[in-house]
Design a protein around this ligand. Sequence first.
Ligand SMILES: O=C(O)CCC(=O)C(=O)O
Ligand SMILES: [Fe+2]
Length: 356
Amino acid sequence: MASSISNAPRESHTVHHHELLDITSLKDLPESYAWKGFDRFPMKDSTAPVTIPVIDLADPKAIELIGHACKTWGTFQVTNHGIQKKLLDDVEKASRELFALPMEQKLKVSETAGGLPGYGQARIASCFAQKMWSEGFTVYGSPLEHFRQLWPEDYSKYCDLYEEYEKQMRKLAAKLLWLSLGSLGISKSDIDWAGQTGEFETRSAAIRLNSYPSCPDPDRAVGLAPHTDSSIITILHQSTVGLKVLREETGWVLVPVVPDALVVNVGDFLHILSNGLYPSVTHQVVVNRTQHRLTVAYFYGSPPEVKVSPLSKLVGPCETPLYRSITWQEYLIHKSQDPYSALSKIRSSAPFNGSG
Ligand SMILES: O=C(O)CCC(=O)C(=O)O
Ligand SMILES: [Fe+2]
């Protein structure tokens, strides 16, 4: 794995870590963290009693249910996914330990140090004047050097945990991807970069630990501003609420915590692969006054240098594919320049189904 979600060129933006405050100790919300809504997303919270689908992977109809959820929501939750609760709990605990370290120590492994992944604000932070009420840590490739700095004594324990998490998530992500594409009639032979076993041996994958400390003024603060993920799919572990997804017709919908479920998001690359049939879900994170929320996101992407285009089976004989082909690496550059126009920049024709 040679590139990363977090080390793609930041072109016009630089992150100034010295401006990062230790938000866990603040008793008031500094003005630099106060937001007045989002110009681009004026939608309100949904008043309709709707919630994202929860799909049992052991259900014989899982494939159709996933296809329907991807088409209508671009997100769903899965149960019976095969990931042990203990593993999810252990990773959350390790994440809590990481963010509890003193700021000086976290800054030693900051994202800017050598352009590597590590500690810092979300990628989209550089697109806004206001700061978000969160911190994060991205792992791409081996976390060894960073973990050695963070935990000189027992880093190997954290490395083993991370490795196990990545291994299990990778398997689940491949399974979910084939289910979602299977419902469109796509099989393993339709994607040459999927590898012999269909397990995407040369995928790109990143894990991001997100931390949203309790906030003295949650109504004016933003945990993570609205965005879509660049991944093919994202698998998110949350044990407290805070994630909201956008449903155009109804507004923002809070994603409830369903015991033992994982949240799955359609990312921009599945949107491209599906020729626009599956929308990549716009989501944001809200914060709260009392709880420190931690989440673990697994981003599953195509190999960094493989050109990805809409699957030909999904493009009609007289149609132009909705998007031109692009590598993940190239796409991340567009995304870091302007996360809200990246998809439209590579669009090759007018929308035919209203999504995306
Ligand atoms: O923390 C969450 O609920 C969502 C995190 C997320 O959207 C991301 O890391 O891209
Ligand atoms: Fe996200």
